[in-house]
Ligand binder design. Structure first.
Ligand code: PLP
Length: 422
């Protein structure tokens, strides 16, 4: 493995080897466990043998002659690129690394999580198609489904994502795709990927899963039946609040024949510099996400039974309504986010936010820094009150994304801020 890793183009030529990068990757990564894949997967080392992945900050590529340009436009080989909107070595490293991590064939990196959501859906759907979606969605996902898709003659039916009976009633032979967040934002409902996929596959519908809250660390979504996986790389993959990014993951056929033509002609691709940030993010993601998940559980336990709270929602806590599903779907790990509901509503929620000393008031999640959000007045402000009521986005609801700080400090911060609300 080591020998292959350090095989550089000079030796390939010297030894008369004609292994292309993709073949080498396959050989090297066959038996690697996820943690190793996250560090080494997809690496394309240049002739300089750099340890840290190179940033190919180039928009285009030079051809040796006019004939090579013609043939590359006809069909680019695995190590050949035409234009950075279509592909770039640094971006390809990120795509290969995340695809390997998820046990998928391929991936396409995008400018943001929303470019991935809209790109995956717009590239596969046409007028007259029907989509069945869970109702509890990130605000922008809801906008894409409810405002954009319908404008193009696509029927969208919303269901209670936790009710298999609802999915069963809504999924009909006309259904082209189903869409859901495997853990919903901000009420942290967990959707049964395997059961929904079975219903969808019975009518040959494509299962599209926004897997942000589950994170790649606790994901086995492809094995559970997801056909297309989407991540906002902005969240746990970067995990340090530096850059926006996204990725669509699926079969090579779907990624290269459906997603890539749409993305390359509409322009929502990831920049090489962002891809480099995301590659470095993947290297440490598992360590960060596990530490954050430990902190989230400790916070949930510390907050449980606090007199000022009507609810503590955390999928990793045995009290969560779907903890049994969390055990089978995510190995019992609840992810990095918990939500709490303050009995005294928005006034108490604002007092709580304003009294925090470590947790930052912001609207990102999955960051190394702990972040608190008041969904009702920020991320979900746009929704009418009746829709907020249906989704459980109450005036007292606060979302907490646990960071990697010392758990004792975090618990002390949250408890002292709760006391300020009385
Ligand atoms: C943040 C988020 C998105 C959008 O990602 P961006 O990178 O901000 O565009 C989509 N879905 C979910 C569940 C998210 O949390």
């Amino acid at each position: 493995m080591k020998a292959l890793l350090s095989l550089d183009p000079f030796f390939e030529v010297f030894l008369g080897l004609k292994l292309c990068q993709a073949d080498m990757e396959l050989k090297m990564t066959d038996n690697w466990k996820p943690r190793t894949r996250a560090v080494h997967g997809g690496t394309r080392r240049s002739q300089y043998g750099e340890v840290s992945e190179a940033i190919f900050l180039t928009q285009g590529y030079v051809y040796n002659d006019a004939e090579s340009a013609e043939s590359r436009f006809l069909e680019a080989g695995p190590d050949e690129f035409v234009y950075a909107r279509y592909g770039n070595p640094t971006v390809r490293m990120f795509e290969e690394r995340i695809a390997l991590l998820e046990g998928a064939e391929d991936a396409f990196a995008t400018a943001s999580g929303m470019a991935a959501v809209s790109g995956a859906l717009m590239s596969m759907l046409k007028s007259g198609d029907k989509v069945v979606s869970a109702r509890a969605l990130f605000g922008s996902c809801l906008y894409v489904l409810e405002e954009i898709l319908v404008r193009f003659g696509i029927e969208v039916v919303f269901v209670d994502g936790t009710s298999l009976a609802d999915w069963e009633a809504a999924i009909t032979p006309e259904t082209k795709a189903v869409f859901f967040e495997s853990i919903s934002n901000p009420t942290l409902e967990v959707i049964d990927i395997k059961s929904v996929a079975q219903l969808a596959h019975a009518v040959s519908a494509i299962v599209v899963v926004d897997n942000v809250f589950a994170t790649p660390v606790f994901s086995d979504a492809i094995a559970q039946g997801a056909d297309v996986l989407i991540y906002s790389a902005t969240k746990h993959i970067d995990g340090q609040g530096r850059a926006l990014g996204g990725v669509v993951i699926g079969t090579r056929e779907f990624i290269r024949k459906t997603v890539e033509p749409y993305m390359k002609h509409t322009g929502g691709c990831m920049s090489p510099f962002t891809a480099w940030i995301m590659l470095k993010g993947l290297e440490t993601m598992e360590l960060r996400v596990r530490a954050q998940t430990d902190n989230a559980l400790k916070l949930a336990i510390a907050l449980e039974g606090q007199p000022t709270l009507s609810q503590v929602i955390y999928p990793g806590h045995p009290n969560h309504a779907q903890h049994a599903l969390v055990k089978t779907q995510m190995g019992g790990k609840g992810g990095t986010v918990l939500s709490i509901d303050l009995k005294e509503g928005q006034v108490a929620a604002f007092r709580f936010l304003n009294a925090l000393k470590i947790c930052l008031i912001s609207n990102n999640l999955g960051d190394a820094k702990s972040i608190v959000t008041h969904p009702s007045t920020t991320t979900h402000q746009r929704l009418p009150q009746d829709q907020k009521d249906v989704l459980g986005i109450t005036p007292g609801l606060v979302r907490i994304s646990a960071g990697i700080e010392d758990s004792d400090d975090l618990i002390a911060d949250v408890l002292q801020a709760l006391e300020q609300t009385i």
